[in-house]
Ligand binder design. Structure first.
Ligand code: NAD
Ligand code: IPM
Ligand code: MN
Length: 352
C-alpha cells in the first residue's frame, strides 16, 4: 500500500479546528481508496513563539523537506505582530520550497448562495494563479531617519524575468486544460516599472499559445469585473499582492472565505508543496467551534490530487458538494447552526 508522509502544521486560531476536520475527511478517503496518510504534527505557531521566541525551529524547513506534502492550517494571532509570525513560518516555507505557484480555485458550489444573487454553479468557476515567491512581497527596503519628522520607509518590489515567465506559462498551460482563456491582472497605468515588464512578458508567452484567448485588465477594473461579470473569467494570473487581494474577493463572491482552498505548488516537484485554506486564523471566531472547515477540506482534496490520488480527491469534492447541496448541516457563515465538527463529520461520512 502506498503511504504518503504528510507534515501537518495546524498553526493558529481556527487553523487548528479546521485541520482536525479535514484530516478526518482525508483519512476516510485514503482508507476507501487504498492508500495511507502518515501524519506528523508540528506545533509551530504563535503560541510556540511566545514560549521560544521562534515560530519554528531553525531547522524547520529542513525537517519539512522530508515530507511528500505539507498541510497547513493558518498562521498569525493577536499578540505576535503579523510580519513576525508570517515571515517566521508561512512565507519562508513558500520560498525555501520554490512554491512559486499559488493556485486558488474559485467555485460556486451547489447549495451555496453567492453574494451576487441569481448566480448558479455554471456561472462561476475560475482559478487564480498567484505568483507566490517574489513581486511586492520582498524583504528589500528599510526604515530611515527613525523618530525624526523626515522619517521614511522604502519597500521594494522584485519582478524577475524567470519568476514572471514561469507563472504566466503555468497559467497558459492550465488554461489549455480548462476553457482556454487567461486574464492577466496588471496595473501598468500606475506602476511604471514592474507592471509594464509583467505585461511585456505576458505578451511574449501569450504569443506561444495562439489557441488560448489572452487579455489583460487593470487590477482595479478586474476587481469590479469579478463581482459584476464573474462568468467572463476563467484563469486569472496575478502578481503576489494582486493575487492575494483578488483571491479573498473571489472567495467572497462565492460562499465566503470558509469555502476557498489554496495550494502552494512547486511544479517541478523538487520540494514538497503545501496546501492550506485561503483564509487566516480568524481570531474573531477562534475557539468557538463554528469555523467552516470546507476550505481546508478542499485544500486537502488539492493535496490528494497533487499526490496522484485523483479518485480520492474527486470523492472528497463530491462529499463536500453532497453535504452542501443537502443543506441540513451548515456552519453559521453558510446560514446554519452546525459546529465545525458536525460539518466535518457529515463530509467524512459522505466520502464514498
Ligand atoms: P481571516 O481570513 O482570518 O478572517 C477574515 C474574516 O473571515 C473573519 O471575520 C473570519 O471570522 C472569517 N472567516 C475566515 N475563515 C473562516 C471560516 N473558515 N469559517 C467562517 N468564517 C471565516 O483574515 P484576518 O482576520 O485578516 O487575519 C487573521 C490572522 O490570520 C492574521 O494574523 C493574518 O495575518 C493571518 N492570516 C494567515 C493566513 C495563512 O496562514 N495562510 C492567511 C490569511 C491571514
Ligand atoms: C494568504 C495570506 C498571506 C499572504 C499572508 C498571511 C502573508 O493572506 O495566504 O493569502 O498574503 O500571502
Ligand atoms: Mn490572503
Amino acid at each position: 500500500m502506498t503511504e504518503y508522509r504528510i507534515a501537518s502544521v495546524p498553526g493558529d486560531g481556527i487553523g487548528v479546528d479546521v485541520t482536525v476536520e479535514a484530516r478526518k475527511v482525508l483519512d476516510r478517503a485514503a482508507a476507501l481508496h487504498g492508500f495511507g496518510l502518515r501524519w506528523t504534527e508540528f506545533d509551530w505557531s504563535c503560541e510556540r513563539y511566545a514560549e521560544t521566541g521562534k515560530m519554528m525551529p531553525d531547522d524547520g524547513v529542513e525537517r519539512l523537506s522530508a515530507f511528500d506534502g505539507i498541510f497547513l492550517g493558518a498562521v498569525g494571532f493577536p499578540g505576535v505582530p503579523d510580519h513576525v509570525s508570517l515571515w517566521g513560518l508561512l512565507i519562508p516555507v513558500r520560498r525555501a520550497f520554490a512554491q512559486y505557484v499559488n493556485l486558488r480555485p474559485v467555485r460556486l458550489l451547489p447549495g451555496t448562495t453567492s453574494a451576487l444573487a441569481g448566480r448558479s454553479a455554471e456561472d462561476l468557476e475560475m482559478v487564480i494563479v498567484r505568483e507566490n515567491s517574489e513581486g511586492e512581497y520582498s524583504a528589500i527596503g528599510g526604515r530611515h531617519n527613525s523618530g525624526r519628522p523626515d522619517e521614511f520607509v522604502l519597500q521594494e518590489s522584485v519582478f524577475t524575468r524567470v519568476g514572471v515567465e514561469r507563472i504566466v506559462r503555468y497559467a497558459f498551460e492550465l488554461a489549455k486544460t480548462r476553457t482556454g482563456r487567461v486574464c492577466s491582472a496588471t496595473k501598468s497605468n500606475g506602476l511604471i516599472h514592474s507592471m509594464p515588464f509583467w505585461d511585456e512578458i505576458f505578451a511574449e508567452v501569450a504569443a506561444e499559445y495562439p489557441d488560448v484567448h489572452s487579455e489583460q485588465c487593470h487590477v482595479d477594473a478586474l476587481a469590479a469585473r469579478m463581482v459584476q461579470q464573474p462568468d467572463r473569467l476563467d484563469v486569472v494570473v496575478a502578481s503576489n499582492l494582486f493575487g492575494d487581494i483578488l483571491s479573498d474577493l473571489a472567495a467572497a463572491v462565492t460562499g465566503g472565505l470558509g469555502m476557498a482552498p489554496s495550494g502552494n505548488i512547486n511544479p517541478p516537484g523538487e520540494y514538497p508543496s503545501m496546501f492550506e485554506a485561503v483564509h487566516g486564523s480568524a481570531p474573531d471566531i477562534a475557539g468557538q467551534g463554528i469555523a467552516n472547515p470546507v476550505a481546508q477540506v478542499l485544500a486537502g482534496a488539492m493535496m490528494l490530487e497533487h499526490l496522484g490520488e485523483a479518485g480520492a480527491a474527486r470523492a472528497v469534492r463530491a462529499a463536500v458538494e453532497e453535504v452542501l447541496a443537502e443543506g441540513a448541516v451548515a456552519t453559521p457563515d453558510l446560514g446554519g447552526k452546525s459546529t465545525t465538527a458536525e460539518l466535518g463529520d457529515a463530509v467524512a461520512e459522505a466520502v464514498a
